[in-house]
Design a protein around this ligand. Structure first.
Ligand SMILES: Cc1cc2nc3c(=O)[nH]c(=O)nc-3n(C[C@H](O)[C@H](O)[C@H](O)COP(=O)(O)O)c2cc1C
Length: 189
């Protein structure tokens, strides 16, 4: 088994996938283990939605793109500006045609929701890497607003998406994008 340190290097954001389905049971297994993540007061507010269906993912991608572009029109200085070209490209699927997508989110009422779900997401991505799978957190895929789509996903008014994560078999594992040296502001000893 690879050391944890090696695993951290193997887990990369994957944007190119084999055309191969991933078993729901395997996804559920990874989700179950992700729930071992630390979380505020052990409240476990995370909820998961599995979309193992490419046409549905393409529809979700289109809705998210449309809503991001509409937000950009209202706020032209938004950081989304950097992605405008891609979002206007009809061939661009924010989910990179991956075979499967997992939304991690939960009730907007929970104060620690984002932190708890991000920790579960982190575990999810590492567990997937350990099993030879690739993932990518796709923030651009969280702007789904169409009421019918939300309802078909089982998302109530209360549900907030924190982490849309695609998962599948990677075509290859890219190099680690360069990291800056950590900025340690103080060491008090
Ligand atoms: C909150 C968050 C949102 C992200 N959104 C996107 C996205 O919309 N599309 C994308 O291709 N990658 C997205 N990423 C992946 C990052 O681009 C990636 O983690 C970063 O470039 C570092 O690469 P690495 O994950 O391989 O270390 C996101 C990552 C995080 C944590």
């Amino acid at each position: 088994m690879a050391s944890f340190s090696d695993l951290l290097k193997t887990r990369r954001s994957i944007r190119d996938y084999e055309d191969k389905q991933i078993g729901i049971e395997l996804v559920k297994e990874i989700i179950a283990e992700s729930c071992l993540a630390p979380n505020s007061s052990n409240g476990q507010p995370w909820r998961f939605i599995i979309v193992n269906n490419k046409p549905m993912m393409a529809t979700l991608s289109e809705d998210s793109k449309k809503n991001l572009l509409s937000d950009l029109e209202k706020n032209p200085n938004s950081p989304i500006k950097n992605y405008e070209g891609a979002l206007r490209n009809p061939g661009f699927n924010v989910f990179y045609n991956a075979p499967c997508l997992v939304f991690i989110g939960g009730s907007k009422k929970i104060r620690s929701l984002s932190v708890d779900c991000a920790l579960a997401a982190s575990y999810f991505m590492l567990l997937a890497a350990e099993k030879g799978l690739g993932t990518c957190w796709v923030g651009l895929g969280s702007n789904i607003k169409d009421p019918e789509l939300l309802s078909s996903l089982g998302m109530t008014e209360e549900y907030q998406i924190v982490a849309p994560i695609i998962i599948g078999y990677p075509k290859n594992i890219p190099e680690i994008p360069e990291r800056a040296a950590p900025q340690i502001l103080e060491v008090i000893s």
